[in-house]
Write a protein that binds this ligand. Structure first.
Ligand SMILES: Cc1cc2nc3c(=O)[nH]c(=O)nc-3n(C[C@H](O)[C@H](O)[C@H](O)COP(=O)(O)OP(=O)(O)OC[C@H]3O[C@@H](n4cnc5c(N)ncnc54)[C@H](O)[C@@H]3O)c2cc1C
Ligand code: SF4
Length: 500
């Protein structure tokens, strides 16, 4: 076993870990030793090919299709230098004040989160794309909503030099998306933070981690040779994401019992809805996500966003098979897509545990309110598609494969709850939140409002797992803002931690 020693070890390099690394990096000038241990690889620029299956293998856990225990939902999250920010779409929203109020975490106030979020909006070059760069797929959601009088807004996005290749979720081949792999990690490395890729942390012990470096057949070489490592540290920051952070802490057997660990996972359960126009539209080219509609958030518990998925993902999300399925897939150039995100409640039963090998297992049940939201979302989305001129619509809970425009008046009879069967309908998630929620005490939370694990003074969490409930918007900016707070806390605590 190789031995290494640092002052601060950050595990994971995504939205949370990348922000912490950059914030703490100036300490390296004063001799503080900092390492980021990242399971994933750092791809070479020529490896971003935009090929669906190849990129999914290199950049995601289980190719973006991690299954929940009962196999009714797939979860997408990244494994790479930059974590899920390598594959995210880059929509960058500020969390509403009302959500921070609902979270009710003592010591966490919205003004603080807003100021820190604004810092990352600037750092990541967040802006609105010029209207002439928006494609038909985006324009049609906007027009459909406007016709029906629904509120619709343009997404701010974090791009520099976007070429509109539409491949964001496969890792941008044009280096345009400003994820942590483009912004925070290079800044941190310049100042002396060491990022060790291909390094999976197995367990955390008393001020140390056990990790293994294994070189995959792609990406840049890791800074460390293959092998097993014991890494000691005065402070450990866990930023492995909402599935892997609870799993790592659960298999590490912490000195504290934490009954809430792994619980209250929320996912913004998502449906990809598809409509066909009678002519080709621009959908594949152009940034995929330019508008969102929050008209139904309060009343029905869902958001709508533009989206455009790749052939494999689209095919797997359609319900049914055979002639109609193939007919729809053959007309990819005519397809319009809308993503539904249900705003799911945080319940203790939705949780991460670990199996006998220490690997994460996710239990997630779609609660009745979420099923109602998903049903309503399909009905409203069908109306929006038809208002935008679609010829026919495929709804996962439709009583038939295609719904035609002449059926719009009786859409509630055509899209029905009895067809919305978990396991039959393809529900996905790319917004994983909770599992190490912030809060007041050990019985109902895992960390305090600064990401410090209750009862373990040298251990911190800084990622999406901190959310006590869902964010009700795309989460990455809020994750960075919370990680920024954790970094500040580590900086304050470090002198005392170094002297023990
Ligand atoms: C396809 C897709 C599109 C998205 N689009 C958007 C969007 O447009 N806007 C938005 O706000 N959000 C979006 N998101 C969500 C956003 O990317 C995530 O919420 C955010 O990146 C999560 O940050 P995190 O720090 O919690 O985890 P991640 O960013 O997932 O980082 C966790 C890192 O930890 C590493 N890791 C895990 N376990 C270990 C271990 N044991 N040892 C070492 N390393 C480990 C992983 O490899 C990973 O790199 C999207 C997500 C996906 C998948
Ligand atoms: S649309 Fe823009 S950000 Fe997305 S992959 Fe293409 S160039 Fe990159």
């Amino acid at each position: 076993m190789f031995e290494r020693s640092y002052d601060i070890v950050i595990i994971g390099s995504g939205a949370g870990g990348g922000a912490v690394a950059k914030e703490l990096a100036p300490l390296c000038r004063d001799g503080v030793k900092i390492a980021v241990l990242e399971w994933g690889a750092k791809l070479r620029e020529d490896e971003y090919t935009g090929r669906e299956v190849e990129m999914a293998e290199k950049l995601y856990f289980d190719m973006g299709g991690v299954l929940t225990r009962d196999r009714t939902m797939t979860l997408a999250f990244g494994r790479a230098y930059g974590g899920s920010t390598v594959v995210y779409t880059g929509t960058s929203l500020m969390i509403p004040e009302s959500v921070i109020r609902k979270w009710a975490v003592p010591g966490l106030d919205w003004t603080d989160v807003r100021v820190r979020s604004e810092k990352y909006l600037r750092e990541n070059n967040v802006h609105l794309l010029e209207r002439d760069k928006l494609n038909d797929n985006n324009r049609l959601l906007y027009e459909g909503c406007k016709k029906l009088g629904y509120r619709v807004e343009q997404f701010p996005v974090n791009l520099k030099g976007c070429q509109g290749s539409g491949l964001c979720n496969l890792g941008c081949p044009n280096a345009a998306k400003q994820g942590t792999h483009r912004v925070q990690l290079p800044l941190a490395e310049e100042l002396g933070v060491e990022v060790i890729t291909n390094c999976r942390v197995e367990t955390i012990g008393d001020r140390e981690c056990i990790a293994t470096v294994t070189t995959p057949p792609y990406g840049e070489a890791s800074r460390w040779p293959d092998g097993r490592y014991r890494i000691s540290a005065k402070a450990v920051v866990v930023s492995c994401g909402a599935v892997n952070s609870p799993a790592l802490l659960l298999r590490s057997r912490l000195p504290q019992s934490l009954p809430a660990l792994g619980r209250y996972l929320t996912t913004h359960p998502a449906l990809i809805l598809v409509a066909e126009h009678d002519h080709a539209i621009t959908n594949y080219y152009g940034h995929p996500k330019s508008f969102y509609c929050d008209q139904f958030a309060e009343s029905h518990g869902f958001l709508l966003e533009t989206c455009m998925y790749f052939p494999f993902t689209t095919a797997k999300n359609l319900i049914g098979f055979g002639r109609e399925h193939s007919e729809l897939m053959q007309h990819m150039d005519r397809l319009q897509m809308i993503l539904v995100l249900a705003l799911d409640p945080a319940v203790p039963e939705n949780r991460v545990t670990v199996d006998a090998s220490g690997d994460p297992v996710v239990d997630y049940t779609l609660t009745p309110p979420v099923l109602s939201s998903l049903l309503a979302s399909m009905r409203y989305t069908a109306r929006i598609f038809f208002a935008g001129g679609a010829r026919r619509v495929h709804a996962p809970a439709g009583r038939k494969f295609f719904i035609t425009a002449d059926e719009v008046e009786r859409i509630d009879d055509v899209i029905t709850m009895d067809q919305l069967k978990p396991g039959k309908v393809s529900v996905t998630s790319a917004h994983l939140m909770g599992g190490c929620r912030m809060g007041l005490n050990r019985s109902s939370s895992v960390t305090d409002a600064w990401g410090r694990v209750h009862g373990v003074p040298w251990l911190y969490v800084a990622d999406g797992s901190l959310f006590p409930a869902c964010s009700e918007i795309n989460p990455y900016i809020t994750i960075m803002a919370l990680a920024d707070r954790v970094a500040e806390r580590v900086k304050t605590d470090l002198p005392a931690l170094r002297s023990t």
